[in-house]
Design a protein around this ligand. Structure first.
Ligand SMILES: Cc1cc2nc3c(=O)[nH]c(=O)nc-3n(C[C@H](O)[C@H](O)[C@H](O)COP(=O)(O)O)c2cc1C
Length: 435
């Protein structure tokens, strides 16, 4: 592989929920009521594997939000962040349809007990034969905390303190069985050797757990951890634990600075910085001509303008701040949040209308044009940033969009030698660490 090869992953924004129901295509004949059946997601996974993506993240949250105007109506009106089915349920379906693709459900450290999460991920790693990852999130919305018996989220930085201890415990549970603990000796008989299975006896500030896990070490043992902390405390956490970091930096300079920052922090934890792959959120629009692509981008922007409440409600959900309070055309004042700090920091000084029009459309970097044009831009950006790849998303994707990416954009990248053309390994971690 050449030095400039980079990774591709897919962010299944709005998780295991409805996708195309409000767009012009596939049209009213599509059976929108069956969004919970995995058909579209299976097409997505097969396409991702054809295009040799490293992994797909299944986003998640577990509440019907009500931050915007103090009501859940806007969220339900647009199917914005709700409804969502459990991402772990989708994983075995995607695993059956693929052989190499990494599968990364989102599971929260403030919602799961550590043992339950360790057990679920271990089970999924077994049944996918080593293709599971964990998108480790701390959650941010008070509505979710209230579904799990709390009044609201713990303070922002403390959520990461909890996550540190949580992740330490979970990784110990994953490794509690030595790799050769299962003897399978029928004569003896000895199924598993007790001297090679170790209780963890964890007693920390937030958790107690005896262990060991009641299942053997899975193919990857310690599965790849994906993380998106963007604040100072978030980056301290992700640089310590993550194998792949995802972020929404909104300029090439910002991307470069972010990557250098987390790589420097990784060295501080005694880690090889190349053992973390930083992937940047990107929403490409590719079409047969520059004009056709730009026209589609303009139509999406106009749609955002027509449905400002959809965008404002999302911003509200992410930050626990009700954005209906602010004048649409006045720059946002200094604000603080117990939610997504790094997102909010980027919005101060911009008007709510401008944010609503652009936030979900470009994520700062405009990748619009023919497949070859966009491939060239992505290659240039990666050369400037230094690595490690892109996390492609389109909240309301349809099958046409999938074909444009998998059969248009990715082949254009492959012709340039910018992305892989085949998988070299069976396990997700090995493919992730290949370059
Ligand atoms: C690409 C991306 C995907 C994310 N996916 C989820 C998710 O599925 N569920 C969730 O609760 N938070 C998700 N987050 C939020 C992060 O976990 C984190 O809370 C956010 O980046 C803010 O971190 P900070 O408070 O350290 O700035 C995501 C963030 C990014 C950038």
């Amino acid at each position: 592989m050449s030095k400039h090869v980079f990774h591709l992953a897919w962010f299944l924004s709005q998780g295991y929920g409805p996708k195309t129901w409000r767009t012009d295509w596939p049209g009213p004949a599509a059976d929108l009521a069956r969004w919970m059946m995995p058909d579209l997601f299976l097409d997505l996974a097969r396409g991702l594997e054809r295009a040799c993506f490293d992994y797909v993240i299944i986003e998640d949250s577990s509440m019907v939000p009500y931050t915007y105007r103090g009501s859940h109506d806007t969220y339900l009106k647009y199917a914005a962040s709700t409804p969502k089915l459990d991402p772990a349920v989708l994983v075995p379906y995607l695993a059956q349809a693929t052989k190499h693709l990494g599968l990364v459900p989102t599971l929260s450290t403030t919602e799961y007990p550590p043992y339950l999460l360790a057990r679920l991920v271990n089970s999924l790693d077994h049944v996918t034969e080593g293709r599971i990852g964990w998108n480790c999130v701390t959650s941010s919305n008070d509505g979710a905390a209230q579904n799990y018996g709390h009044l609201g989220q713990p303070p922002h930085d403390e959520r990461y303190d909890v996550a540190d201890e949580f992740t330490d415990l979970v990784t110990k549970l994953w490794e509690a069985w030595e790799p050769d603990a299962v003897a399978l000796d029928r004569e003896a008989p000895l199924f598993a050797d007790g001297s090679k299975v170790h209780p963890v006896h964890h007693e920390g500030r937030y958790f107690r757990c005896r262990g060991p896990l009641n299942a053997p070490r899975s193919p990857q043992g310690r599965v790849p951890i994906c993380q998106a902390g963007g604040s100072e405390r978030g980056k301290a956490f992700s640089s310590r634990w993550a194998d792949t970091i995802i972020t929404d930096a909104n300029s090439v300079a910002g991307m470069k600075a972010y990557r250098e920052d987390v790589r420097r922090r990784a060295v501080g934890w005694g880690r090889d910085p190349d053992s973390i792959k930083v992937l940047f959120l990107a929403f490409p629009i590719v079409d047969v001509s520059m004009e056709a692509a730009q026209d589609r981008r303009a139509r999406m922007r106009a749609d955002s303008g027509r449905h400002l409440d959809l965008q404002l409600s999302t911003m509200s959900r992410l930050t626990n701040i009700d954005f209906s309070r602010f004048a649409l055309d006045e720059p946002l004042p200094e604000l603080t949040t117990n939610g997504h700090q790094s997102s909010l920091a980027k919005w101060i000084g911009i008007t709510p209308r401008e944010l609503a029009m652009t936030r979900s459309n470009k994520m700062g970097i405009d990748l619009t044009g023919t497949a070859d044009h966009v491939a060239g831009l992505m290659e240039e950006i990666m050369q400037e940033v230094g690595g490690d790849g892109f996390l492609i998303f389109n909240t309301y994707f349809d099958r046409r969009y999938l074909m444009e990416v998998f059969d248009g954009l990715v082949p254009a990248l492959q012709r340039r030698g910018a992305v892989r053309t085949r998988y070299a390994h069976r396990h997700f971690r090995d493919n992730l660490m290949e370059f």
